[in-house]
Ligand binder design. Structure first.
Ligand code: GLN
Ligand code: ZN
Length: 767
């Protein structure tokens, strides 16, 4: 029996790579220095995996920015617009590489970055390959060969080069012109893959890992054929090297037949996400294929439950024999924080239930030892698992009782939307096209430093609060001045829209170094939900009441919704996600009611992440949407008809989920639309979306200040599609990443645009 790892985090346990890249970008270090730091990280990572007893250790999983971008460079998939970058940089590939990742705005050039999108259902973002109809592929650089050679020097035949597989590479990209389908490029692409693999073989590689997560997704007939074609051709063109195809994040079900019959040496399956697939795989597997069991969760922070896992391993070994079984994490450990050992502030009882990437490697090799008869390891692990199962820190009967007692009535407002709308219009008496913002105002360095100084003890809580009060008052005065209709307090007191709530709720913990790469040098440190969630006291009432007292205009209360809190945290693996979400929903519901009691009449519950929680497989989506929508309705269902509930979502694809968005029954929804020129409103119009809606009229992702006319014309478009009396006027999203000057200019223009629209459009809409 072998063990393997599929990929290891490359940011370094102290985020060395992030810091080094940022220094290189600002010219503070040279490429040689950057490369030196990268080499140290690689060597350390390999050594760690070697020490942990892993038999097949990945290389070429390192990347300065993103491994899909690396693959584009390897294959020569470089959009033409970047050519000048090479010319001004003496053909230095690294500058081309970072230009593709981040855009290039110097030397008289102004070239946009490649599009970035989420890697399947993770929070990792990759750079989307751009294909043309005449796309050619070549071996364009040496990174994979160089990295393999380096790895081999340290690891010998344990070094296993990793590459995104040809089909998933094509599917992860997009067509940059019409008249062809990128999947048809497979014929041209495969020979280059075969050449790469042959060269790796010549350098001494015994194994090559090709990641094909798309093989575990819903596939068209053509895509299935592409898989068959690709791996048949590779098998025909290479020999003497073992190909491992890795699937993850989903199960194979309808693709099992296809997957197990590919002419490859080994297949990796994710038994954390989809343990149920094992039976069918074992039934259909031909008698030469090796099976890699992804049993250690690469996407979460919990210790493996060996007792449960070992049953899966025994089952596979029983059918295949131990020489045809490999033990592995479920997916690349890229998505886990790096090292639990360096965490010094986590409650030791809870820490004993956790494992980060480094600890997960140990779990993989311990599972192998247990499978070979070392039962002591099993007992030790069982003790931790049992302790967690019965811990008072995790289990709060009152929370469980409350969740069990949720009734349909809890998720329903008293009256239907049209009744509520009338009451709310009477209460707030807002003009047509009411203006508002999404919540946050610029988090300037001053504000951020306040928090850092408070943490260090340089200022007192009173001093901190006073400074935040001042920022809040300034923001309110300014909103009054430009004549916005519904004001916000600005969220100056918040570091992050999830962390702020997590810190105040029971059941959450925070790490010091639990960073995970989000994109490029950007890392996130998600909270960990370890126990039943409850709300010991009010969380936002202090700041919302303070703000409301400063003005006669309506002040919007601002909360993060349960699905978004769930989605942006590491969650419990000992109960279904939906149960954890319902617990959070009850806590937020209590906060909504507390805000209402404090006189806040308009409350926004942000659900920025509802869409990204959507399961990869279509068949699982409606179940998810049902509980996600239900959770939102629980948060909003406890208030009176005259209290106006807003929600906000910052993305732009609604076509496939519009009926569920409508089912949330928020009185007002604000969404991102400006970049799509209101196109996405089609979905709302077509559905005849009944409630009020604020389509974003300006893009907050860039410092650009949109003109009044531009926003009026967007509003006119919106009013053409939806009833004008239902429309609000607001930016795409919160303004915390912006600077004040551009924010002020843009919002001023926005208010002017709304006023103009009031004069022109209402009349048109009524005709
Ligand atoms: N209220 C939040 C803000 O304005 C919403 C942010 C978001 O949707 N990502 O910052
Ligand atoms: Zn947003």
């Amino acid at each position: 029996m072998l063990t393997q790892n599929l990929g290891y985090p490359r940011i370094g346990s102290q985020r060395q790579l992030k810091k080094a890249c940022e220094q290189y970008w600002t010219g503070k270090i040279t490429f040689d220095e950057l490369n030196g730091i990268a080499n140290v990280i690689k060597q350390e990572n390999w050594q760690t995996q070697l020490d942990a007893g892993i038999d097949l250790i990945p290389c070429n999983d390192f990347s300065f920015y993103d491994q899909i971008l690396d693959t584009s460079l390897l294959l020569g998939v470089i959009p033409q617009r970047y050519e000048p970058v090479l010319q001004v940089n003496n053909n230095k590939e690294i500058d081309l590489y970072f230009a593709m990742a981040r855009g290039y705005q110097k030397d008289g050039l102004d070239i946009t970055a490649m599009e970035m999108t989420k890697w399947l259902d993770t929070n990792y973002h990759y750079l989307v390959p751009e294909f043309t109809a005449a796309q050619e592929f070549t071996i364009n650089n040496e990174k994979i060969f160089k990295e393999y050679t380096d790895a081999k020097n340290l690891l010998g035949n344990k070094a296993k080069p990793v590459l995104i597989g040809p089909v998933s590479y094509l599917l992860s990209g997009k067509e940059k012109e019409q008249g062809f389908e990128r999947i048809d490029l497979i014929k041209k692409l495969v020979p280059v893959y075969a050449d790469i693999i042959n060269r790796l073989k010549q350098l001494g590689a015994e194994w090559v890992q090709l990641d094909e997560p798309y093989l575990a997704l819903d596939l068209s007939k053509k895509e299935k054929e592409a898989f068959e074609f690709a791996y048949r051709s590779i098998a025909n063109r290479v020999n003497g090297i073992k190909t491992l195809v890795a699937t993850y994040f989903e199960g194979l079900p309808d693709n099992t037949q296809l997957a197990v019959n590919l002419p490859i040496a080994a297949l990796h399956i994710d038994l954390v996400r989809a343990p149920e697939q094992l039976d069918e795989v074992l039934t259909l597997i031909p008698d030469t294929l090796i099976l890699s069991l992804g049993v250690v969760d690469g996407r979460n922070v919990w210790k493996n439950d060996y007792e449960r896992t070992i049953k899966l391993i025994y089952k596979a070994v029983g059918k295949l024999g131990s020489e045809r079984v490999i033990i592995a994490p479920s997916c690349s450990l890229l998505h886990s924080p790096i090292d639990l050992d360096i965490e010094t502030t986590i409650d030791p009882e809870i820490k004993n239930w956790m494992a980060f990437a480094k600890q997960k490697l140990t779990e993989v090799s311990e599972l192998k030892k247990i499978a070979e008869g070392d039962y002591e390891l099993l007992q030790l692990n069982k003790k931790a698992a049992d302790a967690r199962r019965s811990s008072q820190k995790v289990h709060k009967q009152t929370v469980k009782d409350r969740v069990a007692a949720i009734t349909a009535a809890d998720s329903n407002r008293t009256s239907a939307f049209l009744v509520r709308q009338q009451l709310q219009h009477k209460r707030f008496n807002l003009p047509a096209f009411p203006t508002t913002t999404i919540g946050s105002f610029p988090q300037t360095d001053d504000i951020r430093q306040l928090r850092a100084r408070l943490k260090k003890g340089d200022i007192t809580v009173e001093e901190y609060d006073e400074a935040i009060e001042r920022a809040t008052i300034d923001a309110i005065r300014w909103q009054e001045e430009i004549d916005l209709d519904v004001l916000v307090h600005g969220e100056f007191e918040r570091n992050d829209m999830v962390e702020y709530f997590g810190e105040q709720l029971n059941g959450f913990l925070f790490t010091k170094n639990g960073w995970v790469q989000s994109y490029g040098s950007r890392c996130v440190k998600p909270p960990v939900i370890y126990g039943d969630v409850s709300r010991p006291k009010d969380m936002t009432v202090r700041w919302s009441s303070f703000a409301a007292a400063q003005t006669n205009k309506p002040m919007k209360g601002m909360l993060t919704g349960p699905v978004t809190i769930l989605q942006w945290s590491f969650v419990r693996d000992d109960q279904p996600r939906e149960v954890t979400t319902r617990q959070i929903a009850l806590a937020i519901r209590d906060e909504v009611i507390a805000l209402e009691k404090a006189g806040i009449g308009i409350i926004q519950i942000d659900e920025a992440a509802i869409r990204e929680g959507l399961p990869l497989r279509k068949a699982k989506r409606s179940h998810y949407l049902d509980w996600a929508v239900a959770a939102f309705r629980i948060t909003a269902g406890g208030v009176q008809d005259a209290t106006q509930i807003h929600t906000h979502m910052c993305y732009s694809e609604f076509n496939d989920i519009i009926e569920h968005i409508a089912a949330m029954d928020a009185d007002v929804i604000t969404i991102e639309t400006s970049r799509s020129q209101m196109e996405l409103l089609q979905a709302f119009a077509h559905f005849e979306y009944p409630n009020e809606i604020g389509p974003g009229v300006y893009d907050i992702h860039s410092p650009r200040v949109p003109g009044t006319e531009e926003m009026v014309s967007l509003l006119a478009k919106a009013a053409n599609l939806l009833p004008a009396q239902n429309l609000w006027v607001n930016p795409d999203c919160g303004l915390k990443t912006r600077k004040w000057p551009e924010t002020k200019a843009a919002l001023q223009n926005m208010v002017t645009a709304a006023k103009q629209a009031r004069r022109q459009l209402i009349i048109n809409a009524k005709n």
